[in-house]
Design a binder for this molecule. Sequence first.
Ligand code: AMP
Length: 217
Amino acid sequence: MRIVLLGAPGAGKGTQAEALAAYWKIVHISTGDLFRYHRDHGTALGIMANEFMAQGQLVPDGVTQAMVEERIGQADAGNGFVLDGFPRTLPQGQALAAMLQARHEKLDAALYIEVPESVLMDRLVGRRICPECKANYHVAFHPPRVAGVCDQCGAVLVQRDDDLPQTVQTRLAVYKEQTAPLIAFYQGVGLLRTINGNQSPSEVTLAAVAALGGTHD
Ligand code: AMP
């Protein structure tokens, strides 16, 4: 199973990617997580990428595509993957198609998680993440048992610096301009599946599995 997740920042791609990866026993590949890993480890790629990330802008296509190509070529992706946060531009969508064709593989679906714009801002600015185990929380919608502390590993939760209101606005504008055209792109090749992302995470997962042809028992 090879799936791409589409949706605005805050649509719940990360949460659903985890659930779908577990359901189909495939790897979850998040370009945002890969860039943050590089940034936190001070690699040359991470230092360069952070110049863009901190502004809410996209990292240039060439480096992003090379990073993804390397990742999907690793052994654990042989069974399939769920791509979260890639592609994010039309050239990235075209590059992904070319990469897969060269590997004699194909995409099964592009799942678009649709969420009204008015909901996205509240979701993003209230988001908190665990820097250790990457669990996601929300101060109002999904608070941890002890405020500011990860339920799973006890680490102190942090806010991503690109979840601050000013940067969120830029990210939403970048999404509309550069990423939203991918919806028509995948519709054109018959791979688009659209689900309502404005419901609880478990309801979204049920809709996602159904849209992708899985069953729940
Ligand atoms: P995310 O965690 O998916 O919201 O990604 C965080 C940041 O990483 C984005 O705001 C971009 O700066 C960068 N990024 C992630 N994925 C991509 C991509 N496919 N193309 C370019 N930049 C990306």
